[in-house]
Design a binder for this molecule. Structure first.
Ligand code: SME
Length: 271
């Protein structure tokens, strides 16, 4: 709960600062938030820069703040490690105590994301974050990676989350960015399995119990239910799909379906 306490305290003290702030302080605060928004550089890249600068300057609160922002925009563990490396090489070994705390915060965030799961508020939060990601200047591939990381990170029963992209000429699906166990199904012909069904019908395919589904390609024996949501262009062309497996039977509700459809509409715009 250390991180939650930090965020609460930060908010409370900012309110107090605003209580005494003159025009100049308010302007500076405003600048501080607008500078990190999507621009030529994506919001995510700017947060990485903020994190490196904070590590080098050894500002504990600033590091913690940017760690939160990086986490909420889908930075992966591997990316975090490289950000830390840059901070360490520029700042030197005096940065090491800060790396310890930053790693602790990162791990705490991971645990909190799963433990504090509240479906309604988490889905609303993710819609907002995915909106920022899809509107950024990052590449299509990078955006898709950020999105699967976020879905996996914040929704406890999403146990394999990935994209399949359409090869319409060959009538097959090609595995894209994913988080979860590696799969043998890197190429899936249209019509085959749950993924192939959505490619053919251009509809959502929701399977509550994969063992009861005849047209199913086994990915892992742990998987109990699956949902596939097509990504369609404005003119209803099939571009690809979002595939999610759960280790729980009947894991996906109508709320998930609506949420995932909305995300896929946003994703369609990046193709
Ligand atoms: N189960 C899928 C295959 C893909 S894996 O789940 C990643 C299907 O039946 O199409």
């Amino acid at each position: 709960m250390e991180n939650d306490a930090f965020l609460k305290e930060r908010l409370k003290l900012d309110e107090q600062v605003m209580g005494i702030a003159d025009k100049n302080i308010k302007r500076f605060y405003n600048l501080d938030s607008t500078v990190y928004k999507n621009g030529v550089l994506s919001a995510l890249t700017k947060e990485m820069l903020g994190l490196v600068s904070s590590l080098v300057l050894r500002c504990e609160d600033c590091i913690r703040y940017h760690i939160n922002q990086c986490f909420n925009l889908g930075i992966s563990d591997e990316e975090l490690s490289e950000i830390f490396s840059v901070g360490l090489i520029v700042g030197g070994s005096i940065v090491i105590p800060h790396l310890r705390k930053a790693t602790g915060t990162w791990n705490e965030l991971k645990v909190n994301a799963k433990n504090n799961f509240d479906k309604k508020s988490t889905l609303t939060f993710l819609q907002n974050q995915i909106d920022i990601i899809t509107k950024s200047s990052d590449s299509k591939e990078k955006k898709m990676q950020e999105i699967v990381v976020l879905l996996d990170r914040f929704i406890p029963y999403y146990d394999w989350t990935g994209f399949y992209l359409s090869d319409s000429e060959q009538k097959k699906l090609v595995l894209g960015k994913f988080v979860g166990e590696p799969t043998d199904h890197k190429i899936i012909p249209f019509g085959k399995g749950i993924c192939g069904q959505s490619a053919e019908t251009k509809e959502v395919t929701l399977v509550d119990d994969v063992l009861a589904e005849e047209n199913y390609l086994v990915c892992s024996l742990k998987v109990k239910s699956e949902i596939v949501v097509p990504i369609l262009s404005d003119t209803n062309i099939f571009l690809g799909e979002l595939d999610i497996d759960s280790h729980k039977k009947e894991a996906f509700t109508q709320e998930d379906e609506i949420f995932l459809k909305e995300i896929c509409q946003k994703i369609a715009k990046i193709f």
